[in-house]
Design a binder for this molecule. Structure first.
Ligand SMILES: Cc1cc2nc3c(=O)[nH]c(=O)nc-3n(C[C@H](O)[C@H](O)[C@H](O)COP(=O)(O)OP(=O)(O)OC[C@H]3O[C@@H](n4cnc5c(N)ncnc54)[C@H](O)[C@@H]3O)c2cc1C
Length: 460
């Protein structure tokens, strides 16, 4: 539904201080909106978005295969990340640098499209094809020689994106939260006071605010739901648009002062992705070790679900992690097997270091594009969601597009993020939305017996 005009002083409430909510809050405040409230159930001012509370580092890349628009958006976002980094270095603000070291290596079928599209915009030199001697020579001179073939394969490896790399997710979100606060956003974080309980007004026609779990009402002329994997259950109109899905992560803890410590240091080992669209033996990504010596490898090749029947009788997938009421640290055997096979083949030295596993939850849209729009038929309600596993890199810039949506401004990208729904006969981009009985649902998947890949070797 097209928005009611709102003034710069209108009360706006955003639920969710993750990537989409933070970015929206910052850009609303920057455009002069003076009455913005940001709620989250997590006490991020204390937990600092720490990895132990759920935030893992994220990949930054401009390489987007044939998706030229996302390539443009990511190039723009990288420039903003760099300016955030500069702002921090200048000593004006809080945490240490946000960007980890480049580059990023990719072995997948999309790299050919990426090269073509980078060439069109004069950025071919940022890409390094592993068996192109000129590229390798250039990468070596730039100090990226170590990343050309990080797994020492004899053939078929990969393309290096010298613009890519990783971002420290916790620091980045802390910095964004700090910015939001400095710009005058009212932060209500943690516990019942930050937890969405229900909408005020008429759920199906006109939302006038939210009530939090402590019983307090927060009136708003505009409500923006940006609750990541929780959004589809809180806004059931998303039923044919998004599905909450999970991937698996395994942590390998390196012993200090070991050769592995150096081998996987960020200056010696790149961020990488491997055959992202192949769930059988790929769909993998990973990072150099962090400062605590943890190497993370993630599997995204199958998008697992956790369908649970909701109060309205409809089953929707909801996150289940080690922090939720019903908790798990185990992995579906499918994920464990792919990670284990890859590690055995590509990085066998890591096997003894496997320490723990976990599930990570995403909000996937059926076409992999975000959903940044008003909920049809409901006045005053908007969603900013559908990160689909690639939203983090847009933290500095995404909110500007959301504010354009609110203001009805011309914006060449907004049409990708319109409200839309999967129609019969359409095939979702990622084989999602298969219903409760999908093979991907956790109740149909065997789970590992342990929460560590090392121990589960016997169970595979
Ligand atoms: C394991 C993993 C790896 C990823 N890797 C990358 C990557 O390498 N590069 C990249 O660009 N993107 C990556 N992504 C995607 C990126 O992280 C997401 O697109 C992005 O985090 C989505 O942001 P969000 O704001 O929608 O959700 P989130 O960041 O999850 O934020 C949602 C917020 O809503 C809050 N919330 C939920 N329910 C309530 C409630 N009832 N009341 C109050 N608050 C509530 C939550 O506490 C949370 O803070 C990855 C995602 C995952 C899970």
């Amino acid at each position: 539904m097209s928005p009611d005009p709102i003034s710069k002083a209108s009360p706006i409430v955003i639920v969710g201080a993750g990537v989409f909510g933070l970015s929206t809050a910052i850009h609303l405040a920057k455009r002069g909106y003076t009455n913005v409230k940001l709620l989250d159930k997590q006490p991020y001012h204390d937990s600092k978005y720490s990895y132990d509370k759920g935030y893992i580092n994220k990949i930054i890349r401009a390489a987007y295969g044939s998706q030229v628009e996302y390539q443009e958006l990511a190039t723009d976002a990288i420039a903003s990340w760099e300016s955030w980094n500069e702002e921090i270095k200048s000593g004006k603000t809080l945490p240490p640098a946000l960007l980890g070291s480049p580059p990023k290596t990719d072995c997948s079928s999309t790299t050919r499209d990426t090269i073509a599209n980078m060439t069109k915009v004069g950025l071919r030199e940022t890409q390094v094809v592993w068996n192109n001697p000129d590229d390798v020579d250039r990468a070596t001179k730039q100090g990226f020689g170590f990343a050309v073939n990080p797994f020492n394969r004899k053939n078929n490896f990969g393309v290096l994106d010298t613009q890519g790399g990783f971002v420290y997710a916790d620091r980045a979100c802390c910095f964004a939260l700090h910015q939001a606060k400095a710009l005058g956003v009212n932060l209500i974080l943690g516990g019942m006071k930050g937890t969405f309980s229900n909408f005020l007004g008429e759920a199906n026609s006109h939302i006038t605010g939210v009530r939090t779990a402590d019983g307090v009402s927060h009136c708003a002329e505009l409500m923006i739901m940006a609750c990541g994997g929780w959004t589809p259950t809180l806004v059931p109109q998303l039923d044919n648009v998004c599905e909450t899905t999970a991937g698996g992560v395994c942590i390998f803890q390196l012993p200090p002062d070991s050769t592995l410590w150096d081998r996987f240091a960020p200056e010696n080992f790149p961020t990488w992705t491997y055959d992202m669209r192949n769930g059988e033996s790929g769909g993998l990504y990973g990072f150099a070790r962090d400062s605590h010596g943890a190497v993370k490898i993630g599997y995204r090749g199958t998008k697992f679900t956790n369908p649970q029947t909701q109060a309205d009788g409809t089953a929707r997938s909801i996150p289940i992690t080690r922090w939720t009421q019903q908790s798990t640290r185990q992995l579906p055997l499918t994920a464990a097997r792919v990670i284990k096979n890859f590690v055995q083949d590509f990085l066998p030295e890591l096997i003894p270091c496997a320490t723990k596993t976990r599930l990570c939850w995403y909000t996937d849209s059926f076409d992999n594009n975000f959903v940044l729009d008003f909920v049809p038929g409901v006045r005053g309600l908007m969603v900013a969601t559908g990160g689909s596993g690639h939203g983090f890199k847009f933290l500095p810039t995404l909110g500007a597009h959301i504010v354009d949506r609110i203001e009805g401004n011309q914006n060449p990208y907004l049409h990708f993020w319109d409200w839309r729904s999967l129609r019969s006969g359409m095939k979702p981009y990622n084989n999602i939305m298969e219903g409760v009985d999908s093979e991907r649902s956790l109740h149909r998947q065997g789970l590992t017996k342990h929460d560590s890949l090392k121990e589960l070797r016997s169970s595979l």
